[in-house]
Each structure stands twice: as C-alpha cells, then as structure tokens.
Design a protein around this ligand. Structure first.
Ligand code: BES
Ligand code: MN
Ligand code: ZN
Length: 483
C-alpha cells in the first residue's frame, strides 16, 4: 500500500529515486515551482526542457536524468499550466506518479495545495495486479513524499480519500466470478466493521419476506442470490442525516433482454454505484464527520435462466407500487426503487442514489461527466458543486414531467421502460422519482460513463474501474456536517 508524507525539505537535496517538479509556461522557457532547481542545473534546466519540447502546459511530462545536479537521480518535469486549480494539481501529480510504476520512492514539488498533490499522487499509485502473473516492474510507487507545508491531517485526509477510491476501483475491476452479491456483502461487513460502521445484510429470503420485489425480481435469474446491505454511521454532534443508495449489479447481462456481447463484456462495472456508496461510508467514518450517514447497497446479478424474470412480469416494489418489467435490461431502476423507498424510512434530510444506470448518460454527456437529477434545484446545484470540487465531472439534468406518460403501463402502476429511446437518462430519473415519498429531498447521479475507463489512463485515473463519485459523496457529507 502506498503512503504519503509531507516534508518541508529542499527538493534539490532530498533523498529519493525520482523528483517530480511542476512547471508553468514562461516567456524564457518553463518555470519550475521549486526554487533553486534551475540553479542546481547550472541555470540550464529551462533551456534543456525547452529543447525537448517541454513548455509547462498541462498534460506535458518529461523525464531527465539529473547527472548528480540534484540528489535524486531522475527529474520528472510535469506541466501545470499558468494557474493550476486543485484538480490540475491532482491530475499532474497523478500522471507523474503513474509514469513511475516500478520506482520505489518519489517526491513531489508542485507547490500549491498539498492535499490536492497528495491525493493525486496516491490515486496515481494504483495497479490492479491481482490477476497478473508477470507483474514485475509495474508496482506503483510505494513511498511518496510531498515537499511543501501542511500538517499531518492533510496527508491523513488524502490517505482516507485515496483508500476509499482504490477499494472501489478494486471492487469494480474484480471479475464477477469473484464478486457476486453475497461476496460483496461479506466484504462490506468486514471492512465496515473495521471502520466502525453498523452493517446489516438482508439475504434473499429476508428480501422476499420484506417485500423487496425489485431486488428479488432482478436477482432471481442467477444462482448467486441478491442482497441488500445497510451501512450506518452516526456522530453524536450530527444535525443532518444523509442516505446514499447504490446500484450494485455485480454483472449485468441484460437478463432475458440479453445485451449484445460488445455491450456486456464490461458489465462487471455495473456495481460502481454501490461501490461508491460503500467507499464513501468508509471514508465518512474514517474522517469522523459530524453527520449521520446511511448507505444502501442494492446487490443482484442480472442473468437469464429458467428462473429469471420475464419481460411482461409485474413486480411489487418495497413501496407497494407495482411495476411492469418490459425490459429486463432496465434492471438498475428496479433495485434502486426498493433501496430508495427503504432509505426514506431512515427519515434522511437527503437521499442520493448513485448508479451506472443508462447508456443514454454516455450519449448525452460522454465518459467523464455524470448526469445529476433532483426533485430540488438547490440540491441538484449542491451535488454538482460537490462533484466539481472533487474534480469529478457532473452536470445538472432536468426531469421533464411530460416523460412520465411514456412510463404508463396498461396493467401496472408504472412500466420500467419508455417506448422510445430519446431522453432515456431522464426517463430513468423520472421512474426513480416515483419512489421518493412526498417532501423528501432526493438526487440521482447517473455515472454510467465515469465509473469505468475503457480508454487509456489519464491524470490520476487508471484504465478500468475509476472509483468515480466516491469523493463527491464524501464531499456532500462534509457539506452537511455540523461545524
Ligand atoms: N447497466 C446498464 C447501463 C450502462 C450502459 C452502464 C453502458 C454503463 C455503460 C443498464 O442496466 C442498462 O442496461 N440500461 C439500458 C436501459 C434501457 C433498456 C432502457 C440502456 O441504457 O440501454
Ligand atoms: Mn441493464
Ligand atoms: Zn445495469
């Protein structure tokens, strides 16, 4: 496990394997954020970097041997642009540390907010090596030092956030043969207990007896039965209670409404919402935030079989409303409708559900921007703001009333699918809203794209599971914490 420490030592003489230094673009070549660095290189550093085309723009990275000019044998120059904000620092730190896989120790001199640098560095030091047999030389940097000022709490907070995000990445990356609902619930019990959370697990019989028709219906096609996990954290000085509900489909084949192969091969990531809720609850507890938080993980595996639910089946949700299942691939809303209705019983000040809910989110907003819907304009704005502060892209989306008609069912209270594909992200939000009791504030985060990076690694984000939205949820809890 990678650790980070803060140290106010001089970067030039600091004993490490690689010194990472931030640069701003300048009229006389890139300008280092570390004083004395150019002098240590005999005044030639800026010209040398300029000669290899490094200007200090965001995203640029250059490695140069130090030839003894500084104590570290390797200098990693990383572009910061003119006025880097916290996210620019996180990304720069992350990509520099990521580029040093196989190196034991690294130190970062990027100037600016030490927490952002620490967090970016820790998030960049990630590798999912569990299933690789020839992993040599790829181990992430284990020992990180951030050269700058700040107290131990800064590094500690960054460590808590990074641990949560990395745990979520691990869960998302784990093949569904090794992460089924009961297994996820077991991990939640173990890790939750370590963090001081109260953890309750409902098994398939309890779910059936308790009237959780959506979770039962989605899970009934798999030999691995569903679970509902409730994680709770309380603080004696808390004034507010938050309830988070995560979509936890450990594999989404589509069910009898089977997906084509190309859409299915990454559906191990369909528990990313539950992952984020789980990671957030662990983080909130470890940070000791003065807020009450409840997390629900709606866990099921969506598979076709002789026991699977059929298109045209009608389910009775936990709220009592009936739902006609027109498409078994629109399963996320079926598990969430039960989770949301159950969460409302905790009398929370706010319910936030998080889900890899629709392909339409990716069509509308792309891979890196989640869609945020809400029954309250201020809540939606707050969620978008918290996501922005965490560097997790999110954008407010409407819930147009006229889409409700498309969900009318001739035989049940509501159908789980509208007849047309246009506006599917919003229709899913409209569906969920039906299960939020009157007067309860609620937001829905559709993070289908952001949860899983099918492209190349960038900044502090690896390929595969990203851990997206975990930090947004922790940030939201901070915004509801007592002073
Ligand atoms: N898990 C998928 C949505 C998804 C798609 C997540 C791509 C991540 C990447 C969800 O269960 C699903 O299948 N949604 C359908 C809904 C449709 C049947 C209304 C979709 O988006 O196509
Ligand atoms: Mn689906
Ligand atoms: Zn799904």
């Amino acid at each position: 496990m990678t650790t980070v420490r803060l140290n106010s030592a001089d970067p030039v003489s600091f004993d490490t394997d690689a010194l990472i230094v931030g640069f701003h673009p300048g009229s006389e070549g890139p300008r280092a954020t570390a004083d004395g660095l150019n002098a240590a290189f005999g005044g030639k550093l800026a010209a040398t970097l300029a000669a290899i085309g490094f200007t200090g723009k965001p995203g640029e990275l250059a490695k140069i041997p130090s030839f003894g000019a500084i104590t570290a044998p390797l200098l990693v120059a990383i572009g910061l642009g003119d006025e880097p904000d916290a996210e620019a620092l996180r990304r720069a730190a992350g990509s520099a540390v990521r580029s040093l896989a196989g190196t034991a120790r690294a130190a970062l001199a990027l100037g600016g907010d030490a927490e952002a640098v620490s967090l970016g560095a820790l998030l960049g030091a990630y590798d999912f090596a569990k299933y690789r047999t020839n992993g040599e030389g790829k181990a992430p940097v284990a020992d990180l030092t951030v050269l700058g000022s700040g107290d131990d709490a800064v590094a500690e907070r960054a460590g808590v956030l990074a641990d949560s995000v990395k745990l979520v990445r691990d869960l998302v990356n784990t093949p569904p043969s090794d992460l089924w609902p009961a297994k996820f619930a077991e991990i939640a019990e173990q890790e939750g207990a370590k963090a001081g959370l109260t953890v309750e697990v409902l098994d398939e019989k309890q779910l059936k007896d308790g009237g959780y028709g959506g979770i039962v219906g989605v899970g009934q096609g798999s030999a691995n039965p569903p679970r509902l996990v409730r994680l709770s954290y309380t603080h004696p000085e808390a004034a507010k209670t938050l309830a988070y509900v995560g979509k936890g489909i450990t594999f989404d084949s589509g069910g009898l409404s089977l997906k084509p192969s190309a859409s299915m091969d990454w559906m191990k990531s369909d528990m990313g919402g539950a992952g984020a809720v789980f990671g957030a609850l662990l983080g909130i507890a470890r940070l000791g935030l003065k807020v009450n938080a409840v997390g629900y993980l709606c866990l099921a595996e969506n598979l076709p079989s002789g026991t699977a639910q059929r298109p045209s089946d009608v389910l009775t949700s936990y709220s009592g409303k009936t739902v006609e299942v027109l498409d078994t691939d629109a399963e996320g809303r079926l598990v969430l409708m039960d989770g949301i209705a159950r969460a409302a019983e905790d009398n929370p000040d706010l319910i936030v559900d998080v889900a890899t809910l629709t392909g339409a989110q990716i069509v509308a907003l792309g891979w890196r921007t989640a869609g945020v819907m809400s029954n309250d304009d201020d809540v939606r704005a707050l969620v978008v703001e918290a996501a922005g502060a965490a560097g997790e892209g999110a954008w407010g989306m409407p819930l147009p009333e006229e889409l409700r008609n498309g969900l009318d069912s001739p035989i049940a209270d509501i159908a789980n699918l509208q007849p047309e594909r246009w506006g599917s992200m919003l229709a899913a939000g409209i569906f969920l809203k039906e299960f939020v009791p009157e007067g309860v504030k609620w937001a829905h985060i559709d993070m289908a794209g952001p949860a899983f990076n099918k492209g190349e690694a960038h900044g502090y984000t690896p390929k595969g599971g990203t851990g997206s939205t975990t930090r947004t949820l922790i940030g939201l809890a901070e915004r509801h914490a007592s002073a």
